[in-house]
Design a protein around this ligand. Structure first.
Ligand SMILES: [Mg+2]
Length: 195
């Protein structure tokens, strides 16, 4: 059975869009940016704020009830329902230590039928001192050594994973260069997994 590693934010869920529409826009009624125009991640410059203020707002959202209520990306969930049973699945996510239990809870509530292994790389926040096992997702994938396919919306993560011989799939978001739709991307995953 092939092993697929999934990113969580903006792959299994629509974190950025949910945060932007439910927290950022209501708090900044003058903001005229559309979600589709968020072509940078982190998007603080486009939002006219500092990285620190952006992360503060995102962290606040992760701790809110609204985060727990986020629905999975419909196409992704459909893919799991259709093909999920043919693979082993793990999650490799980057999340602040203080919100990691909520992130894990969300994954297990929504994808626990398939995903039973979760690894997170702590996204460091000001003043935190945390033992570092891995510098990034690639370090973890290298150490773990069992992943065949990796899906992420961060282009750098995908490129680095490919250097390890892992088949990387870039999940389409406005801030990356993918020209595929979500549906086409998941079709590509189905094709690759049959090779
Ligand atoms: Mg992501």
């Amino acid at each position: 059975m092939l092993t697929i590693a999934w990113d969580v934010d903006d792959v299994l869920n629509n974190l950025m869009q949910e945060w932007f529409c439910k927290l950022w826009l209501p708090a900044h009624p003058g903001c005229s940016l559309a979600f589709e125009k968020i072509v940078e991640n982190p998007p603080h410059k486009l939002l006219g704020t500092s990285k620190q203020e952006y992360l503060k707002s995102l962290d606040e959202f992760r701790l809110s009830k609204q985060f727990q209520e986020i629905k999975p990306v419909p196409e992704t969930k459909d893919w799991f329902l259709k093909y999920g049973d043919n693979f082993r699945h793990i999650v490799v996510t980057a999340v602040p230590m203080r919100q990691s239990h909520l992130n894990a809870g969300w994954v297990l509530s929504n994808f626990g039928r398939w995903i039973r292994t979760l690894h997170f790389i702590p996204s460091l926040r000001k003043g935190e001192k945390i033992i570092q096992y891995d510098r990034n997702k690639t370090d973890f994938l290298h150490w773990f050594g069992k992943v065949d396919i990796f899906i992420d919306d961060n282009e750098q993560n995908i490129l680095r994973s490919q250097e390890l011989g892992i088949k990387g799939i870039l999940f389409p978001r406005p801030w990356n260069s993918s020209k595929l739709t979500v549906k086409q991307t998941l079709e590509k995953l189905t094709r690759i997994s049959k090779l």
